[in-house]
Design a protein around this ligand. Structure first.
Ligand code: ARG
Ligand code: ZN
Length: 476
């Protein structure tokens, strides 16, 4: 398979993305400008061409100038990078806005935008181990980018509509609005500088550090010092009401709601302080100094665990989903995926948190477990390690993943189960994880017994029988 052709197709139109018949042979590969070579990607097992295995981006300093009445944005991204091998060429993921210039350190360098890649040619190769900065200036309209993991054309990235802009990136929308190493394995910290028309409000992942309004513009800065995956970064700009809640143990809670959002929807999020305290009891300390939710004007988007500020549709009525996104702050954002195939480490854990919460509220969770199992029995069965993009957000990642954790818990009891979750969360906070990392902690604390209990759920593909004792777990 010609990787270049695949890469370039990835950058073409929506119409193409929606077609089912393979169109590869009909498009000639656009020629690369002289001196540039086809990038090879990070090598993720689901999205091999995303990212660049030669780069470790440790920090992004992003300045974004926008107006929620217009699609176009202007940006300046300063990336702090360490070369993991000798780099004759550097490739970043980037779609859409036109790049106006690239500097490596202080020196202007050649670049080319090819498909969804920004290719950069250092004047002399960067030696492995070197730390350097890349500065990219750009302006224009972020690409209309559709979710590769869904068949129904969910738009991802920087989205401007109904007088507001928001960011929804999982799995690969981040590179619509800033150039990045767009793989979750490469986490980074962020500084954000958002410049918007006065009268609008900007909120984003991280702690707000500064806000200045002058000459009809408001500039707001945010800092996130913990590393997160690029898809977990969010920005919301619009006519927003900011509300604060008192949080437990020094955690600041701020929520952003579009002006006029019904009180019934806001009420969905009333339990955040209790949920934070509850989950910390199972997972250990909440990973960030701040949390909250940003509700968009769009009723149809899926909720997403954007770091320190989860994103929701305007139709969000189930507090369970609020709990789910909060649980992802530990499992997904703080502990990030080392490879997309391990997505159950995100979705299975956040889904299982829903059951823990329901139990703590005194609910009988047997019907929930039965519903999960019935759904899995209807869907195609597979082991927990995903092999294709369309599997990322399927019932196996969520429900089979959750049942694998339930099987583990039943085999070793609540106290050891709690120890496994909290030790896994603290040992890998701010790091990338693979399934083997979790199993290592499970074995250390739960012994071989623990691994044996998970094995049939993990490996598959057949769905293990519904264990009778799965329902006998007593409500705590
Ligand atoms: N991670 C999100 C959740 O909390 C789901 C995102 C769905 N994304 C998608 N591309 N379909 O479950
Ligand atoms: Zn989830």
């Amino acid at each position: 398979m010609n990787r270049l052709i695949l890469l370039l197709l990835a950058g073409t139109s929506v119409a193409l993305a929606r077609q089912t018949a393979p169109q590869f042979p009909t498009l000639p590969p656009p020629a690369l400008p002289t001196g540039f070579t086809a990038p090879t990607g990070y090598g993720d097992s689901i999205y091999p061409l995303l990212g660049d295995a030669g780069l470790d981006v440790t920090h992004y300093d992003l300045s974004i100038t926008s107006d929620p009445r217009q699609d176009a944005i202007a940006g300046r991204a300063v990336l702090s990078v360490t070369a993991l091998r000798d780099l004759g060429q550097i490739s970043l993921d980037f779609a859409g806005p036109k790049v106006l210039g690239v500097k490596l350190g202080g020196e202007a360098v050649r670049h080319a935008q090819v498909g969804e890649k920004l290719l950069i040619l250092p004047s002399t190769p960067v030696a492995a181990g070197t730390a350097f900065t890349l500065t990219v200036a750009y302006a224009g309209t972020p690409a209309l980018h559709l979710d590769p993991s869904e068949s129904d054309g969910l738009r991802l990235g920087w989205i401007t509509q109904a007088g507001g802009s928001y960011v929804l990136s999982e799995p690969d929308g981040a590179h619509t609005y800033f150039p990045c190493n767009d793989v979750p394995a490469d986490g980074a910290s962020y500084s954000l500088h958002l410049d918007i028309p006065a009268g609008y409000t900007a909120v984003a992942s991280g702690v707000q550090t500064r806000q200045v309004t002058a000459s009809g513009r408001t500039r707001t800065d945010f800092e996130l010092t913990q590393p997160i995956p690029s898809y977990a970064l969010t920005v919301h700009v619009g006519k927003l009401d900011l509300e604060t809640q008192a949080g437990p143990v020094g955690i600041q809670i701020r929520n952003a709601f579009p002006v006029g959002l019904p009180a019934t929807i806001k009420a969905t999020f009333a339990q955040t302080p209790a949920m934070l305290g509850f989950l910390a009891g199972w997972f250990g300390p909440y990973p960030y100094p701040v949390y909250g939710v940003a509700v968009t004007a769009d009723p149809e988007i899926p909720a997403l665990e954007t770091a320190t500020l989860s994103t929701f549709p305007s139709s969000q009525e189930a507090p369970t989903t609020a709990l789910h996104e909060l649980a992802h702050q530990w499992f997904g954002d703080s502990l990030r995926l080392g490879d997309w195939s391990d997505i159950w480490l995100n979705e299975g854990f956040a889904t299982y948190a829903e059951l823990l919460w329901a139990q703590s509220r005194g609910q009988n969770t047997a019907p929930l477990l039965e519903r999960w199992y019935a759904r899995l029995a209807r869907d195609p069965a597979r082991g927990l390690i995903a092999t294709r993009s369309k599997q990322l957000f399927d019932s196996s990642s969520y429900l089979r993943g959750a049942l694998a954790l339930h099987a583990l818990r039943l085999s070793i009891g609540d106290e050891k189960f709690r120890q496994i979750l909290s030790q896994y969360a603290s040992r890998f906070a701010g790091k990338s994880v693979r399934t083997a990392d979790f199993l290592g902690v499970a074995r250390q604390i739960g012994g071989q017994n623990a691994l044996d209990a998970m094995q049939p759920w993990l490996v598959g593909p057949a769905l293990p029988p519904f264990p009778k004792d799965i329902l006998m777990q007593t409500v705590r």
